[in-house]
Design a protein around this ligand. Sequence first.
Ligand code: FES
Length: 180
Amino acid sequence: MTVPDDPSRRALLLKLGLLFSGFVSMLLGVPIAGYLLSPVLRGRKAAYGSWVALGAVTRFPPGETRLATYRHPSLNAWDGETARTACWVRRVDDDTFKVFAVNCAHLGCPVRWFAQSGLFLCPCHGGAYYADGSRASGPPQRGLFEYAYQVDRGTLMIRAGEMPTPGSTADASRERPPCA
Ligand code: FES
């Protein structure tokens, strides 16, 4: 038995199909467009070069290394605790600081400061760094990455949006010389 070819029924099905396709496209398109435009909408470029406070300089006694945390400027409000990033602050003297990325220069595990031995140690593959961040031993090819810092009215600030890498503020002189 064949169904009679009803033009009004076919037109209705066509309209329903178009409506459904439009609805699905909108469901998929809005998040994708939001993702693509988010750097523009949220000013991520401004966050990239922004300075973030680590706290009063008095929190960091001369000659000591302390852990500090900050909220990464380019993350979202709903990121919660995951937006908190750690770094190690060494106050060399009254006016000089060194702010190290917490991540090992080998594969990024968080390093820990051991005041007794005066070393940063990495739990993953045994990488070790001296107090000034330079490489002591293990697989890392260089010293710890460093943040740019400044002191603004008694507050230690770091350029946190720009994660320290060999291409940014890293000190290339810390690299291990090539093997002979
Ligand atoms: Fe630190 Fe490998 S990640 S030594």
